[in-house]
Design a protein around this ligand. Structure first.
Ligand SMILES: Cc1cc2nc3c(=O)[nH]c(=O)nc-3n(C[C@H](O)[C@H](O)[C@H](O)COP(=O)(O)OP(=O)(O)OC[C@H]3O[C@@H](n4cnc5c(N)ncnc54)[C@H](O)[C@@H]3O)c2cc1C
Length: 419
């Protein structure tokens, strides 16, 4: 009997476990998921919490309940992987041997890596909405905020969902207008990138949307320190940006258990992974999915979902001694909430940047356009997440390979879409 062990029971670990459980009879393979806590958080919902549009209870569910019958769930931390021995060492001291290992431990925020970020002012006038506590604290801070300088800052790349800080800006503009205090607020978006986003067509479109809303864009700002008490972001090249309220997306690393595993992670603790098969370059029996994988594409739930489909096929092929399927093309898509009950959808992959048109085909959701339909799509996605994506069901018409049908300007391609 094959022993399949999955580290992490978030988006990638859960959908992978449920798909693998369906693929094998109980007497053919055991599927074990290890996670350190029992609360599954729908992370895209964090965006809405600061604006009072979602409550913590709306976006959290018990983790174990998202796993199908026949999957063993170990609620404990992973200490490390001993790749030579093909063994996972758990924090409770026990070990798990495996024939195939799926690393789905995501990414962790590292606010302590930026001088002063977690010092005076942290969770008082400096917040992040990338954690549930931070998003809840920010909701209260925004309610108290009556005007002044509101700064949204991305410290470093890569981050999960690179459009989320832009969405925060668009929603903040909407929220402040609803409260009638938009004219009393200087809203600034501060990014280490040289534009609002990485890929030329999307960067131009999103940069234009910031300008339309009178949101100042500051580029190539590498935050070296945050002075919460004094209300200043300070870059490595000694530029300063003052704030009364700062919303910071801290640097991200791979999970610490990867760094503790000899030879498993790169310098940031992400797992070097083949971008088409999802097999790690560390050992053939180790695969990586989602944020944990070091790949030249966004760290996003959609990416995790599309990767998962190919990864599940390849775990089966590996265990059967067959050649792997190298079909993952970097497919990613994202609804970008833009305020005023509208959203924009982008769809792209390793080679093709977001293009206008429709998704998933000529008749479908509009791409690169702010529409109410896309806003409804963004809201409906939470239902799809719990009821279709996590249980490992297919979403009709949506596949791991990026569709070109429905897109315009298909001849435009680019090198390396790393976000
Ligand atoms: C604010 C925000 C908005 C977002 N919006 C979107 C969006 O609109 N669209 C989109 O596609 N994506 C979005 N994302 C990104 C998306 O949520 C993630 O990319 C996705 O959840 C990654 O899945 P994962 O399985 O790799 O990691 P996760 O879902 O984070 O799961 C990792 C799991 O590993 C576990 N783990 C880690 N270390 C250990 C250990 N040592 N022992 C045991 N368990 C461990 C963790 O507890 C966790 O459950 C957003 C993220 C944020 C923060």
């Amino acid at each position: 009997m094959h022993r399949i062990v999955i580290l992490g029971g978030g988006t990638g670990g859960t959908l992978t476990a449920n798909r693998l459980r369906k693929a094998y009879r109980q007497d053919e393979a055991s599927v074990t998921v290890v996670d350190q806590d029992d609360t599954h958080l729908y992370q895209p919902g964090l965006l809405f919490v600061p604006f009072g549009l979602a409550r913590p209870d709306d976006i959290t569910r018990p983790r174990g309940r998202q796993l199908h019958d026949g999957i063993e769930y170990r609620a404990t931390g992973v200490d490390r992987v001993e790749t030579e021995r093909r063994e996972v060492v758990l924090e409770d001291g026990s070990t798990l041997g495996y024939d195939a290992l799926v690393v789905a431990t995501g990414s962790v925020l590292a606010p302590e890596e930026t001088d002063g970020l977690t010092g005076p002012g942290w969770m008082e006038r400096v917040f992040t909405f990338y954690t549930l506590d931070g998003a809840v604290g920010l909701e209260q801070a925004l309610q108290r905020f009556d005007g002044g300088r509101l700064v949204v800052n991305v410290v470093d790349m890569p981050i999960k969902c690179p459009v989320a800080p832009l969405e925060f800006c668009f929603l903040a503009d909407w929220y402040l207008r609803e409260r009638g205090i938009r004219d009393a607020v200087d809203l600034t978006y501060v990014t280490p990138l040289d534009a609002a986003f990485t890929m030329p067509i999307a960067a131009q479109r999103l940069g234009g949307m910031l300008a339309d809303r009178h949101i100042t864009l500051v580029t190539e700002f590498n935050t070296g320190a945050v002075d919460g008490a004094g209300g200043r972001l300070i870059s490595y090249d000694d530029r300063e940006i003052g704030f009364d309220l700062a919303v910071v997306v801290p640097a991200h690393n791979g999970a610490p258990c990867i760094a503790r595993s000899p030879g498993l992670g790169d310098e940031l603790g992400f797992v070097p992974t083949d971008q088409h098969t999802l097999q790690s370059s560390v050992a053939p029996e180790i695969f990586a999915v989602g944020d944990a994988a070091s790949l030249p594409i966004s760290k996003a739930g959609s990416v995790t979902h599309f990767e998962g489909e190919v990864l599940v096929e390849n775990v089966q092929r590996f265990l059967a001694g067959e050649p792997l399927d190298a079909s993952y093309d970097g497919h990613a898509n994202c609804f970008i909430e833009t305020g005023f009950h509208k959203a924009m959808l982008i769809d792209f992959n390793y080679d093709v940047e977001p293009l206008p048109g429709h998704f998933p085909g000529p008749v479908g959701l509009p791409l690169m356009q702010e529409t109410h339909l896309n806003h409804l799509g963004k809201l409906m996605f939470q239902w799809l997440y719990w009821h279709t994506l996590l249980p490992g069901r297919d979403i009709p018409g949506v596949h791991s390979s990026m569709p070109m049908s429905g897109k315009r300007q298909p001849s435009e391609t680019r090198e390396g879409a790393a976000l």
